[in-house]
Ligand binder design. Structure first.
Ligand code: AMP
Length: 440
């Protein structure tokens, strides 16, 4: 089967050819005809399965086929600005010959350029929920003639506390519309949202819970204090292209990046503290190959779409099986193959068994030959401790001031081993389910 069987509008088919897609992925095979037929669709597909084109192509086909231009006809809602940018880029490249316009709308950047672009009249808007509601409130976006709504990565939007915003958004949209909802997993809250927003939906499903079959998994049992040394050993002995390493906290991400950089690796880290410019620079570097190893937390890595990630390394095991699926969904994309390595300490075994249940198979345990597993832990594990603050200068009391006015010098704070990971992107209002977003 190839793309010609969908009978896409020639201007859209030209975009498929330009993107170099030969064969539709399974989610595309299932979803494209159903979306083209006008049905509401619930898509169970993780990132990396080609789901963006699965909704972008039929939407472009619909919009280019009827001549209405200059107002918003398709709205795609996504959890992070990175994902919003990627979806927008897919629309731009696949729709290059259509003359349709796509605009992104998300927080963390000035609202005025977005208002200007919206004024010019885009047919497609890709948005994060918070800023989209701002535009609705300020009446700087007109959604009254919306025809298609896509809720992408709905489970992540739920994780990030966006469901109330989505429900508010729905009250501003025309009732008569086509709605598509994509999610990698189906927590009860998403099922209930789907019941409310989808009319007689067709379900399409690829690898509901199991990750892409092109990914091979391995566990590396190791004492916690040897994790960094083992990662370095693994990198030395593995033929890698681009490596995405996950740590539990942003502090650990930063520390590991510093250690790898010191050893000469082209590494960078992505953590919630970075400015948007520095995040973008790290992501661009990772995409163009000037950064070979990206160290990130789950939150910071949301929405990363780099199709050639050869290895995902879980420096710290994720705290949920869903997070494992999301993480390793970053490798083995489309038809490529990828490896997922997970470093596991003794206390991670319960999570390992949960992951194995989801995968339906035990994961191979591996030892790295020649690696000294017997190095004993330092008395105090200071690897991830911050250096103590320099002692603060005692301020001399002003001449003649009463003694009690001078504060005693503060004791240096004890080193902090882990810190909380702040959410990124459109700052979500509240975490309803933030298990995977916490540090220690
Ligand atoms: P997605 O799941 O939408 O994030 O897509 C994952 C990656 O697969 C992206 O880099 C797409 O450009 C690529 N892709 C999507 N569809 C196809 C296809 N039919 N053939 C080859 N690559 C594809």
């Amino acid at each position: 089967m190839d793309f010609t069987s969908f009978n896409l509008h020639p201007k859209v088919a030209a975009g498929v050819t330009a993107a170099g897609y030969d064969t539709p992925t399974p989610i595309q095979k299932q979803a494209i005809p159903k979306v083209m037929a006008g049905s509401d669709v619930m898509g169970l597909a993780q990132t990396g399965t080609g789901k963006t084109a699965a909704f972008a192509l039929p939407i472009l086909h619909r919009l280019v086929n009827s001549g209405n231009r200059g107002h918003v006809r398709a709205l795609i809602v996504a959890p992070t600005r990175e994902l919003a940018e990627q979806i927008h880029e897919s629309f731009v490249s696949l729709g290059e010959k259509t003359g349709l316009h796509s605009t992104t709308v998300y927080g963390g950047v000035s609202i005025n350029p977005q208002i200007q672009k919206l004024k010019k009249g885009s047919e497609i808007v890709v948005a994060c929920p918070g800023r989209l509601l701002d535009h609705i409130q300020q009446k700087t976006i007109d959604l009254s003639r919306l025809e298609v709504l896509v809720l992408d990565e709905a489970d992540q939007m739920f994780d990030m506390g966006f469901l109330p915003a989505i429900r508010r958004l729905l009250t501003h949209l025309p009732k008569e519309r086509q709605t598509l909802l994509f999610s990698a997993t189906m927590p009860i809250e998403i099922r209930s949202l789907a019941n409310d927003v989808l009319k007689n939906p067709q379900t399409v499903q690829v690898d509901t819970v199991a990750p892409a079959a092109t990914v091979s998994h391995a566990l590396y049992p190791v004492e916690p204090h040897l994790k960094t040394a083992l990662v370095i050993e693994l990198l030395k002995h593995t033929d890698t292209e681009s490596v995405l390493i996950f740590t539990r906290t942003k502090h650990r991400a930063k520390r590991l990046d510093e250690q790898l950089t010191k050893l000469g690796y082209k590494a960078a880290s992505l953590q919630g503290n970075l400015s948007q410019n520095r995040r973008q620079a790290a992501l661009d570097g990772f995409r163009d190959g000037s950064v070979q190893i990206l160290v990130a937390t789950d939150i910071a890595a949301r929405g990363i779409d780099v199709s050639k990630i050869s290895h995902v390394i879980n420096y710290d095991i994720p705290s949920t099986t869903d997070a494992y699926i999301h993480r390793i969904g970053r490798t083995g994309r489309a038809a490529r193959s990828g490896d997922a390595f997970t470093l596991v300490a003794r206390e991670d075994m319960i999570m390992v068994r949960s992951i194995e249940r989801v995968l339906g198979n035990p994961i191979e345990r591996r030892l790295v030959e020649g690696f000294d597993y017997n190095v004993v832990a330092p008395k105090k594990d200071v690897e991830f401790a911050r250096p103590p603050r320099p002692p603060q200068q005692r301020r001399k009391p002003a001449e003649g001031a009463p003694r009690s006015a001078a504060k005693p010098a503060q004791a240096a704070k004890p080193p902090v081993a882990h810190e909380k990971v702040a959410p990124i992107g459109n700052q979500p209002p509240k975490h309803r389910n933030n298990r995977s977003q916490r540090g220690h």
